[in-house]
Design a binder for this molecule. Sequence first.
Ligand code: CA2
Length: 144
Amino acid sequence: MTATVFLLNGPNLNLLGSREPDIYGSQTLCDIEAMVRDRANDLGLAVDFRQSNHEGDLVDWLHEAQREGARAVLLNAGAYTHTSIALLDAIKAIAVPVIEVHLSDPGTREPFRHHSYVAIAAVATVQGLGAQSYIVALEKVAAL
Ligand code: CA2
């Protein structure tokens, strides 16, 4: 059976491509989804690609990844990365490996972006490569 990777995107990422291209690139989330699907196809992985602006949706989807037996979760939690103990607890509560993904490198930006709750429980972080961060994270899953 084909392994499924949940790719979860958090708040404001639905607006990608519209503003701040210097930080996040000019691709839309749809463009990124298409890139990810192409690469996943090559790697023999299925992708469940989602976005929500609501913290609880991301928590529910992490639980769902566990219930559905996902191979891994790629999580760009957006700004919840820096604030959400609920997401940290959800990642700790599931056995599915979670890889943290960011387009930018939050460590080189404002100090309030330097701490990541997600990183505490994630098995790896890929950041600062623009849309390519998602591809590198997917390749890490294939190598798990
Ligand atoms: O670099 C990343 O991927 C981030 O997760 C993006 C988040 C930010 O809060 C994190 O610190 C790093 C923000 C996504 C906001 O996306 C926008 C899209 C269009 C216009 C403005 C922001």
